[in-house]
Design a protein around this ligand. Structure first.
Ligand code: AP5
Length: 219
């Protein structure tokens, strides 16, 4: 099924919760473009761009890339594809990034994957990735057809440098302190949008079609 309306959506969840896996299925079903901040950064590292070289140490240690760099990178890329619908994965990761996105685009929905940290640690030890495309596999849940090789290109799969247990622990910690507040930001944003709609309706209902004030304003 391909949606006619342009949909702008964000998928959130802790590292390794399945954002990439679920995004691949949603974008295929709904005809959306998938934009993953992690895939963009890993492509830069692979290509040895100036950004990639600068950010590699940061990513390998499980730290977040600075907000201003990340926001500029993602918002520029989003503007290029904004005539079609998109699903954004891995951005925003801080309230500052969420505010930057909110200034530039109006979102239709935010999806949050809620997975226990212990399950995540188990999943990441058996994750294998095809870096050029971002396709992910799991030796238990979603194995490649031929062990160690990408289903589409036949190229070798690798384990990510930031999937080492101590780095995963650091990434989960950073998720708790820096990314969980983004969920609260969206709870408030979507709640306020709904309140605004109700208030506009209340103002509209407060006047007759001739502009006369009506007494009972249904809220
Ligand atoms: P990024 O690539 O975005 O990493 P992440 O958020 O840590 O997420 P992952 O890609 O690790 O996991 P995922 O949730 O996509 O799970 P997956 O589908 O692979 O970012 C990497 C780094 O870049 C960050 O640490 C940071 O340094 C930097 N960065 C990126 N964005 C940034 C930003 N906005 N600001 C600052 N820095 C940024 O699934 C995991 C495994 O589980 C797979 O093996 C999969 O097959 C398996 N699996 C999935 N679903 C299931 C299921 N239902 N049951 C069983 N197994 C499953």
């Amino acid at each position: 099924m391909v949606l006619q309306r342009v949909i702008r959506a964000v998928i959130m969840g802790p590292p390794g919760s399945g954002k990439g896996t679920v995004s691949a299925r949603i974008t295929k079903s709904f005809g959306l473009q998938h934009m993953s901040s992690g895939d963009i950064l890993r492509a830069n590292i692979k290509e040895k761009t100036e950004l990639g070289l600068l950010m590699k140490a940061c990513i390998d240690q499980g730290q977040l890339v600075p907000d201003d760099i990340m926001s500029r990178l993602i918002l520029n890329d989003l503007r290029k594809i904004d005539n079609s619908g998109w699903l954004l994965d891995g951005f925003p990761r801080t309230v500052s990034q969420a505010e930057a996105l909110d200034h530039a685009f109006s979102l239709d929905t935010v999806i949050n994957l809620n997975v226990p940290f212990q399950t995540i640690k188990e999943r990441l030890t058996s994750r294998w990735t095809h870096i050029p495309s971002g396709r992910v596999y799991n030796t238990d849940f979603n194995p490649p057809k031929v062990p160690g090789l990408d289903d589409v290109t036949g190229e070798p799969l690798v384990q990510r440098d930031d999937d080492r247990p101590e780095t995963v622990t650091r990434r989960l910690k950073s998720y708790e302190t820096q990314t969980e507040p983004v969920l609260e930001f969206y709870r408030l944003t979507f709640c306020n949008t709904r309140t605004m709609k109700i208030l506009k309706k209340a103002v509209f209902l407060g006047f007759s079609s001739k502009g006369e004030r009506q007494e009972n304003i249904p809220l």
